[in-house]
Ligand binder design. Structure first.
Ligand code: UD2
Length: 314
């Protein structure tokens, strides 16, 4: 894959996987922009000699514009994620997820970038009457985070129609895998489950554990991003589900980990979490048809690979 690429949030969990994916595919130049708020330099240790690292906040227009010089494709992964965090700390998530995304688009246009591929979120759907969730469904965000990510999609398509910047939004569905940081209460649930099973401690499940997610292995999301970067210009301005198409409950996920480890550790159950979506599952038809999406990892394969990574890096 030739060309010059920039990854915002490139020292984060998904961003750093994307950076490694780009280098594996032979990318010419890979620029990383990250403010190291939740990203870590260690995530790029294996590739540090091959990337150009800018410790930059996406709210800094001038620095972003300079970093984008000569770049053809931007992957915009930087964000303050987490539904509960966006409810408890409204200002930082608004500022980074909305104003930061605006800056990325403004800088990309001014720098003559060809395409921006955006990390959108399945949270935009909220609770739908029907599963799986299709891109044509009415969106119904239930949290500030979901609304911010949806706003980002609107900005992507408007930058495509008004300014001729090519954009593709990928709605991620609960991505998991190596390097997902389990150290915050706002961390993704599977990273917390991985830490708990290896510590032989009880995880806390919010609600009855029967809520479900289309947990998607990070390498499948990386592959989809690379396809979105290379898809014909006719996809510009559009939104695609970036899920795997399956649906797993939290109780099933915790049971699987206990089976793999051969232990019996009942979970603690707490009250349901504010802003939570009950069920989530992607219809992948459009991503398959227009982007060539082809997920390779079953949930169990992804879980086993991830667990081995956490075990090896403890
Ligand atoms: C949302 C988006 C996801 C991504 C993510 C970024 C949906 C369906 N998905 O993920 O695509 O954008 O936000 O943050 O909106 N939980 C527990 N115990 C814990 C932690 C979480 O039971 O210790 C539950 C939580 O209440 C929820 C589920 O696990 O029902 C998943 O939570 P999460 O924070 O991992 O991700 P989620 O679904 O908010």
């Amino acid at each position: 894959m030739s060309g010059n690429f920039l990854v915002t949030g490139g020292a984060g969990f998904i961003g750093s996987a994307l950076v490694r994916g780009l280098l594996r595919e032979g990318a010419g130049r890979v620029v990383v922009v990250d403010n190291l708020l939740s990203g870590h330099r260690r995530n790029l240790d294996e590739v540090s000699g091959s990337v150009e690292f800018h410790e930059t906040d996406i709210r800094d227009y001038e620095a972003l514009r300079a970093a984008m010089t000569g770049v053809e494709t931007v992957f915009h992964e930087a964000a303050i994620p987490s539904v509960p965090r966006s409810i408890r700390e409204t200002l930082p998530s608004h500022d980074v997820n909305i104003n930061g995304t605006f800056n990325v688009l403004r800088a990309a246009k001014d720098a003559g970038v060809r395409r921006v591929v955006y990390a959108a979120s399945s949270s935009a759907y909220g609770d739908t009457l029907v599963l799986p969730k299709v891109e044509t469904m009415q969106t119904s965000p239930k949290s500030p985070y979901a609304a911010q990510k949806l706003m980002g999609e609107y900005y992507m398509s408007v930058w495509a129609s008004c300014f001729g910047l090519e954009t593709v939004s990928l709605r991620y569905f609960n991505v998991f895998g190596p390097r997902q940081d389990p150290s915050s209460p706002y961390s993704g649930v599977l990273s917390l489950f991985m830490k708990a099973i290896l510590d032989r401690s009880c995880p806390t499940i919010f609600g009855d554990g029967e809520q479900s997610r289309d947990f998607t292995y990070v390498e499948d999301v990386v592959a989809l991003n690379l396809k979105a970067a290379q898809a014909p210009a006719s996809v510009s301005g559009r939104v695609f589900n970036g899920g795997n198409g399956g649906r797993i409950t939290l109780n099933q996920a915790w049971t699987l980990l206990q089976e793999i480890e051969g232990v019996h550790i009942p979970a603690n159950y707490g009250p349901p979490r504010e802003g939570d979506v009950r069920d989530s599952q992607a219809d992948t038809t459009q991503a398959v048809e227009y982007l060539g999406h082809a997920p390779q990892y079953s949930f169990e394969q992804g879980m086993r690979a991830t667990l081995e990574w956490y075990r090896a890096t403890r």
